[in-house]
Design a binder for this molecule. Structure first.
Ligand SMILES: Nc1nc2c([nH]c(=O)n2[C@@H]2O[C@H](COP(=O)(O)OP(=O)(O)OP(=O)(O)O)[C@@H](O)[C@H]2O)c(=O)[nH]1
Ligand SMILES: [Mg+2]
Length: 320
């Protein structure tokens, strides 16, 4: 017997969204593989089909809808005891028709933060994370010299009230005292606004305040294992394939890869360029944000490469 794995079964999977952000899930028939669990609709790619063809056919067969706008979201390889699958997952942002369970399967439209409450097959973790994370990741600039901390926190509140759902607090110029104070205030504001806050590089304070943590690449290497429970977000900064592997091995929820393009804040760093960014993330089984010289206008292009979205300081932070 050869020890080599058989070719994985290629599966086209759809994260189907309403304009309000809710995501469609269906319950797998009892008796099928992973029966009784919830799934994102889709099915096996047949010989000669592209993923788009397969997803279009499956969504018609299972739900009676036709996808109109698709983008690649994440590819998750997984080995079950009885088979290996590759879940090639696409986000469906627009579709024609009204979904109905044409095979008798129950359907539900679920707000993204509630997806984690449902029991999915073991392979689905990264899909659920990708479905629940926003497409922008705001990284704060340092507090400008002379600005009061309260004014900075107020600006942060306005960003969160204006839709910044995922924010990394990064203040390389702050004293230890200022860092603690601002982090505590920012955590409070994030709770009030329903945003998720990650503290750059400070696991102990993240535990104390109940926030997430964003790990610089050197910390990912040094830690070796996930520092927070599954209920708190762990992000990881990466610059190359090795660091992406380390972030995945650590169990990070998502990675940030860059710099993709030249950026004023790191003028000495050599940008990866779009083609290399795309190649590097092609088989990374966690969501990856693109960082470096990017703003909201770049989102469609980067998402076409399978990025979760963009991370930025200047591109997303407004001084006014
Ligand atoms: N559609 C779908 N399949 C998933 C998910 N997660 C997951 O592990 N799978 C696995 O992917 C494999 C193929 O999916 P499927 O059973 O939907 O295939 P299909 O629609 O072509 O069904 P069929 O075999 O009855 O024709 C199954 O082994 C299933 O357990 C998911 O979220 N959605
Ligand atoms: Mg199916």
């Amino acid at each position: 017997m050869s020890g080599a794995d058989p070719e994985p079964i290629h599966v086209a999977v759809g994260v189907i969204r309403q304009p309000d952000g809710r995501v469609l899930i269906a319950r797998r028939a009892e008796g099928s593989h992973q029966g009784g669990r919830w799934e994102y609709p889709g099915g096996k790619v047949e010989a000669g089909e592209t993923i788009r063809d397969a997803l279009t056919r499956e969504l018609h067969e299972e739900l009676g809808i036709r996808p109109l706008e698709l983008r690649p979201l994440i590819r998750v390889p997984w080995r079950y005891a009885d088979k290996s699958v590759l879940l090639d997952t696409w986000e469906v942002r627009r579709f024609a028709g009204t979904p109905s369970g044409r095979e008798g399967q129950p359907l539900r439209w679920v707000p993204p933060p509630e997806l984690a409450r449902y029991r999915f097959p073991a392979a689905n973790g990264p899909i659920t994370t990708a479905a629940a994370l926003p497409e922008t990741y705001l990284i704060t600039p340092d507090v400008p010299g002379g600005e009061r901390h309260s004014a900075f926190v107020e600006r942060l509140r306005r960003h969160m009230a204006g839709g910044a759902e995922l924010v990394q607090l990064r203040l390389p110029g702050a004293s230890a005292t200022a860092w603690r104070r601002i982090a505590a205030d920012a955590a409070q504001v994030a709770r009030e606004q329903g945003a998720r806050l990650l503290l750059n590089g400070d696991v102990a304070l993240a535990r104390e305040l109940g926030t997430g943590v964003h790990l610089p690449a050197a910390m990912v290497r040094a830690l070796g294992e996930r520092p927070l429970a599954a209920s708190s977000l762990v992000g990881a900064s990466c610059h190359d394939a090795r660091e992406l592997d380390q972030a995945v091995a650590l169990g990070a929820d998502f990675a940030v890869l860059g710099p993709v393009r030249p950026t004023a804040s790191h003028p000495d760093a050599t940008p990866l360029g779009d083609a290399q960014f795309q190649a590097l993330i092609a088989d990374v089984p966690i969501p990856v944000y693109a960082l470096g010289g990017l703003g909201p206008e770049d989102l469609p292009q980067l998402q076409g490469y399978r990025a979760q979205g963009i991370a930025a300081i200047r591109g997303l932070w407004r001084e006014a």
